[in-house]
Design a binder for this molecule. Sequence first.
Ligand code: G3P
Ligand code: CA
Length: 276
Amino acid sequence: MTHARQHRLQVVAHRGASEEAPEHTLAAYRKAIEDGADALECDVRLTADGHLVCVHDRRVNRTSNGRGAVSALELADLAALDFGSWKTRAGAGVRDEEPDWVHRPEDREATSVLTLERLLELVADAGRRVELAIETKHPTRWAGQVEERLLVLLKRFGLDAPPRAEESPVRVMSFSARSLHRVRAASPTLPTVYLMQFVSPRLRDGKLPLGVGIAGPSLRIVRSHPGYVERLKRAGHQVHVWTVNETRDVDLCASLGVDAVITNRPRAVLDHLGRT
Ligand code: G3P
Ligand code: CA
């Protein structure tokens, strides 16, 4: 499948504007939209009672004031936690030279656990086109339930079966070929992104399996495999690179014809690209 629509480097906010605000919270995604990001990236996991929530780690320990695995907690348990206070100057989450993120405990929703449903509402109300790159986490544990719930939710927003992949504002990403296969089997026109941490021998020729249209190599791959982006593009794939935070790496990606950079610093990258 060829995705030749894009002519400019798309800037995707990784976990929201996550350098400044706590990742995967409404605060971080509101900031990314305000900053002008073209798209938002989020990781999704299933709670014990079957809700899709935006959390990166298996456990909530790092990004909240609670403990335990997302899969062992119910949505009500997660809703009682604060996913923002770790990201203050007093905590470990903010770099000293960065402006402090203002934690307003009175705005509870801004730092509560974020459901994918709420994120879809935010995007729908953004007032401009904002794309969403949804990454399925732990897909093997739930044997298809993550993808099943995801497609049900997307259907509710009219996003599960775009007429043409090129026009879809939503794409599904995963390191798991099995997860992408499930999505493609259920919805062949929903764009999928095959995330790569290394180039396995069967991917060396740049051709992705299962009709997946978009390649998602790490920045390390791009830096250490000269010619690989070109190979992926020659095979007809879009290339979305993660996680690109430094301007020299933005320049590298732009020079290679990368289609999207996934970054914790959407504002800084947009400024660098002259898109203020
Ligand atoms: O956007 C892809 C990237 O997010 C994959 O790595 O660990 O940040 O989910 P991770
Ligand atoms: Ca991710």
